[in-house]
Design a protein around this ligand. Structure first.
Ligand SMILES: [Zn+2]
Length: 81
């Protein structure tokens, strides 16, 4: 399950703007929400994205590469602990 979860976390990072934009198809949306149930890292990430959107008033479709790297690093650290 370790590999599956790693892949899914990357997918969450890629899909989060579509999710918040309400533009995911229902199957992807369901998968996304199921992932959040067991993955604290992605749940926190989604919270951060929501906060960002509340502050900026829009969804950033281009996630800065720097932020993406930080998040993926955080996911790795979270799984390792
Ligand atoms: Zn995750």
């Amino acid at each position: 399950m370790r590999l599956d979860r790693e892949l899914a976390c990357r997918e969450v990072v890629e899909l989060v703007t579509s999710y918040l934009d309400d533009s995911l198809d229902p199957a992807d949306r369901e998968r996304f929400e199921e992932h959040l149930v067991f993955c604290d890292g992605c749940e926190n990430y989604l919270d951060q994205m929501r906060t960002t959107i509340r502050l900026t008033g829009r969804v950033e479709h281009e996630l800065p590469a720097e932020l993406q790297a930080v998040l993926l690093e955080a996911f790795r650290g979270w799984r390792a602990s």
